[in-house]
Every structure is written in structure tokens, then in C-alpha cells.
Design a protein around this ligand. Structure first.
Ligand code: PAP
Length: 344
């Protein structure tokens, strides 16, 4: 297993003392951090080896580190963007809350709200929503796109003995890139950027360089994977492609991990398949709230539900482009024990 490798392409940036945690006083060092403005919709800064939206570094990260009070019962859905977050949010919420909200309930929150409204991102407007998060009843399901190394010790358990439970979903890099590129082109204007002319070639170059939201993607994945190997009782590592093949097995695994495994009676009553059905792409996409609603930033809920398959990259990338990214990822993962194609 790897320990503290340098990531990205600029060793000088990585070695800068300004670019390492701990995360106190981040706001004052932001102007000195490397800046990337070519990756819509947000300007990114390179901090502690990851390219993070400036807005998160300015407000959300300091807020989370100083004010967020995790509970031992909290479950975090963690992911690199466009890796299956929306689906995992829905599955985790439906599974953990099934005693108060049975999946067949016609008034289930997931039939009224988009999964991103049922399970909030900690790193999206944290300071504005912290009281709301505090008011949520336990057990809470929350979410983050932050790299593991940027989470406070109170969540990861470095400072307190138990820490929270984290469920991570990983996706094959080419599919994550294509999904992000298409989403950005569609949703960027709501986020204050015009990405209509953002080509897949540009997106690929930036992605290969790690210059995308919370990139490098493989480093993001690797951190959580390593932690899942080190502390399997605290970090569950799932793969989007495997979830697609057998969603029911993953829901059972998820429930067990969250400490709420299914009883024989629930199994007999088909609760697992009801959860899978409720959270399926087809069902979610057809719900009124997801067809016509939008989030507080103005991004349409429908943008979160596209094809939901493995291998769609081949419809948008040439074999040469795919080879380029595969090689970057293969080189970066050498000696780590992790692979996107096989169960490590
Ligand atoms: P986010 O990072 O903005 O939250 P995220 O949910 O991680 O996005 O990724 C979106 C992808 O998950 C989309 O993939 P695609 O672009 O390749 O199609 C989306 O279609 C897929 N997705 C959303 N909901 C589901 C679901 N219920 N089942 C399977 N895949 C889903």
C-alpha cells in the first residue's frame, strides 16, 4: 500500500508548505495557491495536492473544520464528482431511514425531493446550512466530494476514537470524465459559467493533469480505498460498475455496514428490492420533482439523471483519447495495489 506519495505534475507546488494541511487560516493563503480557471464552472486552487473549488476553500472548508459537529451515528456518502453520488445518496437514505420511511410509502421523501435535497453535501454552502444540518435527526446521512485528507479528524476518526461511517463510491475514470463533461456543458450556465464551447479534448487534458473539481480523480479514489483497507468497519468502498450489476447485493452490504442489516422478515417482504426499485434511475428520472425541479443554485434536477451505464465514454472519446487517460491512470497507480478494472 502506498503511504504519502506526491500527486499531480508539479512537485514544487506539492512541496510548498502552504499547500499542506492542517487547514487553519486557509483563507489568507488562497491567493498564493496555484489557480486553474479553464475548468468550468468554478475557479480551482491547488491545495494539499488536490484541485479544489476556490469557493470551498474560502468558506466551506474552514467552516466545516471549525464548526461541524459530527455524531458517531452519522453516515457520509463520499465520492469524486459524477461517480454515482446521487444514486448512493438515495440508496443510503432509503436504507437507513426505512423504519420511518418504508420504501413503498407513497409519501416517501425520495418521491417528493431530489436525493441531493434528502442528503445534503457538507461542502456546499456549509455556513448557510449548518444550523439545518445540526437540526437533522440522528442517524443522519450527509455527503461530501472532499478528498479524504481534507476531512476534519472528527469525521475520519483521527481525533476521536470512533469517527463516522463513510461509504465511498468509485467510478471508472473515463466514464466519470464524460459524465462530468456533459453535466458541466448542460448545467454550467446555472452556476454562472458558459461551458457550451468546452470540448471533450479540453476536458480530457485538464482531467489528465488532475485539474478538475477535487482532482486528480485517481488520488481521490486511492485515499478512500486505502482507508477502507485500513479501517473496513469505518469506510466502505463501492464500485459504481459493480453496483449496476447487482444492486440488491450492494444494498444488503450497505445496510450491514451502516449497522442496520435486513431482518429475515424484511427479506421475505421484499424490502431490499423495493429500495432498489425506488432508487432506480428510471423511477428517479420519472418523478415529478426530478423532471421539473431544480436546486437552490438553479441546476435542473433532471441533469443528475442521464444514462447511468458503464462504458458510455466510448460514445464521446476516441480510442487515442481513452488510451491517453488510461496510461496516465496506470502510471499513477503503479505500486499502489489498486486498480479500476479489478477488485484489489
Ligand atoms: P454528482 O457528483 O453531481 O452528484 P453523480 O450522481 O455522482 O453526480 O453522477 C451522475 C451519474 O450518475 C450520471 O451518470 P451518466 O452521466 O454516465 O449517465 C447519472 O446518470 C448517474 N445516476 C444518477 N442516478 C442514478 C441511479 N439511480 N442509478 C444509476 N446511475 C445513476
Amino acid at each position: 500500500m502506498m503511504a504519502s506519495r506526491q500527486s499531480g505534475n508539479n512537485a514544487q507546488e506539492a512541496a510548498s508548505p502552504l499547500a499542506s494541511p492542517p487547514h487553519s487560516n486557509i483563507a489568507s493563503i488562497i491567493p498564493s495557491l496555484p489557480l486553474e480557471t479553464r475548468c468550468p464552472p468554478f475557479p480551482l486552487r491547488r491545495y494539499a495536492n488536490f484541485w479544489v473549488p476556490e469557493v470551498i476553500l474560502k468558506a466551506d472548508l474552514p467552516g466545516i473544520h471549525s464548526c461541524f459537529k459530527p455524531r458517531p451515528t452519522d453516515v457520509f456518502v463520499a465520492s469524486f464528482p459524477k461517480s454515482g453520488t446521487t444514486w448512493l445518496k438515495a440508496l443510503a437514505f432509503a436504507t437507513l431511514k426505512r423504519s420511518t420511511h418504508p420504501p413503498l410509502d407513497g409519501d416517501h421523501p425520495l418521491r417528493r425531493c431530489n436525493p441531493h435535497d434528502c442528503v445534503r453535501f457538507l461542502d456546499a454552502n456549509f455556513n448557510q446550512q449548518k444550523d439545518e444540518l445540526e437540526a437533522l435527526p440522528s442517524p443522519r446521512v450527509l455527503a461530501t466530494h472532499l478528498p479524504y485528507s481534507l476531512l476534519p479528524g472528527s469525521i475520519t476518526g483521527d481525533r476521536e476514537r470512533s469517527g463516522c461511517r463513510i461509504v465511498y463510491v468509485c467510478r471508472e475514470p473515463k466514464d466519470a470524465l464524460v459524465s462530468a463533461w456533459l453535466f458541466t456543458r448542460k448545467a454550467a450556465s446555472a452556476l454562472g459559467a458558459d461551458a457550451r464551447s468546452f470540448t471533450i479534448q479540453e476536458a480530457l487534458e485538464l482531467f489528465c493533469d488532475g485539474r478538475c473539481m477535487c482532482g486528480p480523480q485517481w488520488e481521490h479514489v486511492l485515499q478512500y480505498w486505502e482507508e477502507s483497507v485500513r479501517r473496513p468497519d469505518r469506510v466502505l468502498f463501492l464500485r459504481y460498475e459493480e453496483m449496476l450489476i447487482d444492486p440488491e447485493a450492494h444494498v444488503r452490504k450497505l445496510a450491514k455496514f451502516m449497522g442496520c442489516g435486513f431482518s429475515e422478515e424484511e427479506e421475505e417482504h421484499g424490502v431490499v428490492s423495493a429500495i432498489v426499485e425506488l432508487c432506480s434511475l428510471g423511477k428517479m428520472r420519472d418523478m415529478e420533482v426530478n423532471r421539473n425541479g431544480s436546486n437552490m443554485l438553479g441546476v435542473k434536477n433532471e441533469s443528475y439523471f442521464r444514462k447511468g451505464v458503464a462504458g458510455d465514454w466510448s460514445n464521446h472519446m476516441t480510442p487515442d483519447m481513452a488510451q491517453r487517460l488510461d496510461k496516465v491512470v496506470e502510471d499513477a497507480l503503479q505500486g499502489t495495489g489498486f486498480s479500476f478494472t479489478s477488485k484489489a
